[in-house]
Design a protein around this ligand. Sequence first.
Ligand SMILES: [Zn+2]
Ligand SMILES: [Zn+2]
Length: 361
Amino acid sequence: MQQVRAVVARSQGAPVSVETINVPDPGPGEAVVAVQACGVCHTDLHYREGGINDEFPFLLGHEAAGVVEAVGAGVSEVVPGDFVVLNWRAVCGECRACERGEPWYCFATHNAAQKMTLEDGTELSPALGIGAFAEKTLVAAGQCTKVDPSASPAAVGLLGCGVMAGLGAAINTGNVGRGMSVAVIGCGGVGSAAVAGARLAGAGRIIAVDLDEQKLAWARSMGATHTVNAAESDVVDAVRELTGGFGADVVIDAVGRPETWEQAFYARDLAGTVVLVGVPTPEMKVPEIPLIDVFGRGGALKSSWYGDCLPSRDFPMLVDLYQQGRLDLDAFVTEKIGLDDVEAAFDRMHTGNVLRSVVVL
Ligand SMILES: [Zn+2]
Ligand SMILES: [Zn+2]
């Protein structure tokens, strides 16, 4: 067991605090990782607000990269010294999804069996089974994906959640292919990553939609060929106008509200695909759409959970593209901060002027 500093949310809505926590030595199938960088994600804020569940206290942070310090018995995936990006999809290999060859849907993903605790022994709930706003964290070894060690931890750690969700929404879930038209509604971290993913996949026309000019500027820098300010124009009309009157082949809703999902539904060409990657709140309902429109327009209405990624397949590939200058992950890092600055970073999320604050250790 060792003691490290970490960011803990003790109760609903209360400011987070930096505390000393106990990290057990890794047991069978587990690894202790010395965290080098961890992005601040809206999901961390949702945990603190009690929006995920009420299993306080939470150990926050989950978009991280670091170096494996120690592994437990039976671990073959990684060895001490490996540079890894942490993931929250350590596939089991045995569930229904894994057995039918679709491990990116794994229904029984692995987390560490032992618990990290506060100094007094109170068990912590790590955000998304990771908990990486900490000098060190304990995870299942399968949550560690080895990548090129020369890459910047602050940049590649973001693949651990939001940026992967956006890239994967375009590449994996939306199946964007070369020459296709893509519209992305909502251009924060996830939406901007979806724009970058559409560009990587060879989309011909990439339309970014947001209410905020700053976010539209980010989207242009990530590869958007056209932008629509939703405060000034009707989103569905604007996307149709930019696609020969038809709508886009793939429309990605990175906001996750009934209004934006309905816009995505109607801004899409016949037989097109809607991808929902923004996370709705529990009280939101599917908008009232005539069922004949669902039938008559054909295509696919899909959800993208973690960008339907398979970390072992996607992380090393995306880090290589980053190292080759073909995927600008640095552009997502707006600021680098310390463990003590997480609460202030939550505040800055509301102002909308930050793609990602990244805690660097
Ligand atoms: Zn599985
Ligand atoms: Zn996240």
